[in-house]
Design a protein around this ligand. Structure first.
Ligand code: SF4
Length: 362
């Protein structure tokens, strides 16, 4: 087998070339990428490829024509309307040229480094590679190098290689920028949904405490979430309950495992919705509550100190909790949730011989 390996850039070539050398494959590298825009970028990627992947390993480079017009006519015509079709045409054009070079150079097999990238259409790449090989009477080494991506990333950073942040063509510059923005929005939303999750976990714990530390809920526990609270937690404007439910539904993949069985649905009130928490998830959620250990300690403290004064309990809070603060008043002990986004948490302890009545006042 004599392989002509199509290389898209330096970082993506590091691992495939290393593997081929390790396996003793007879191969050369082909840089045919008229898709890369602008020309300076094309040159920069080629230099990184030569400097870091080829020179150190004594590999030669075959370079294809930088025929931008041909690329525009075959792939560019799809524009941004049909990215998959554009990428397929882009792969096809490049692989056909690589196959021609292979025939001319006496290679019997073609391969590509493109499959290493998680941002590419791997299935289409392999289909087009097979297609080009068949058209030119060659074999395709249809390898999926995606498992090497992390190592390639690590090595390219370690080597200080130039690492592009878009695929190559002029359309992909804006597409990659939009994807980066989307990822940023996803991260932001994930953080905000975590706040919502913590709130739910906290409400489960509160329910457990309010019900004399019962271990289980029967059936499923329905917790009401007001739209106002949800908006504050997510820091975003939400028009109504339906929009809130839609947002949750569309972002379920961002939720952690504990929440996978929680069902969210509209409640009877127009400005609130309900989280239905199955019994089997209740305990996990109580565990997930940020202050679960502290509140468990508090229960133990109250049980062990049945004659504790309000001031003593306040002092216990002051030392132990970052999330709640307590104050002694004429009606007993008020415990406030410190998160300024959530203002509905107000608890009141009543003190008597039993000492464990935990009342939530809204
Ligand atoms: S995004 Fe990449 S694979 Fe798709 S057309 Fe542009 S350069 Fe080619």
């Amino acid at each position: 087998m004599k392989v002509l390996l199509h290389a898209c850039c330096g970082p993506c070539s590091l691992e495939p070339t290393r593997l081929f050398l390790e396996e003793g494959v007879d191969f050369a590298v082909d840089y045919t990428n008229p898709n890369i825009h602008p020309k300076e970028e094309y040159e920069r990627r080629k230099e990184a490829l030569i400097e870091y992947s080829l020179k150190p390993q004594g590999l030669d480079l075959i370079e294809g024509a930088y025929d931008v017009d041909a690329w525009e006519q075959q792939a560019g015509i799809y524009g941004t309307a049909d990215r998959k079709a554009r990428c397929r045409a882009c792969y096809r054009l490049r692989f056909e040229q690589v196959a021609q070079h292979a025939l001319e150079g006496g290679f019997d097999t073609i391969c590509t480094t493109l499959t290493i990238s998680p941002y590419q259409y791997t299935d289409i790449i392999l289909e087009e590679l097979e297609r080009a090989a068949k058209t030119y009477g060659l074999k395709a080494e249809a390898r999926d190098f995606s498992w090497c991506y992390d190592e390639a990333t690590r090595r390219s950073i370690e080597n200080g290689m130039y690492r592009q942040n878009y695929c190559g063509c002029r359309f992909s510059i804006a597409e990659a920028a939009a994807e980066r923005e989307q990822r940023k929005r996803d991260i932001k939303l994930r953080k905000r949904l975590r706040r919502f999750e913590r709130e739910l976990a906290d409400r489960c714990l509160e329910h457990k405490l309010r019900n004399q530390a019962e271990e289980h809920v029967s059936g499923s526990l329905a917790l009401e979430i007001t739209l106002a609270d949800f908006k504050k937690l997510l820091g975003t404007d939400i028009a109504d309950v339906h929009e809130a439910l839609e947002l949750i539904k569309n972002n379920r993949r961002l939720f952690e495992a504990e929440f996978s069985n929680v069902a969210f649905k509209a409640g009877e009130q127009p400005d609130a919705f309900v989280a239905c928490i199955p019994q089997k998830d209740f305990a996990a959620l109580c565990e997930a509550a940020p202050d679960s250990q502290f509140l468990a300690d508090l229960i133990a403290f109250l049980q062990n100190n049945p004659h504790a004064t309000c001031d003593e309990v306040v002092s216990f809070f002051a030392k132990r909790s970052r999330k709640y603060e307590a104050s002694a008043g004429s009606e007993g002990l008020s415990i406030a949730f410190k998160n300024p986004d959530i203002d509905h948490h107000r608890f009141r302890f009543t003190f008597g011989p039993a000492q464990t009545t935990f009342i939530r006042t809204l």
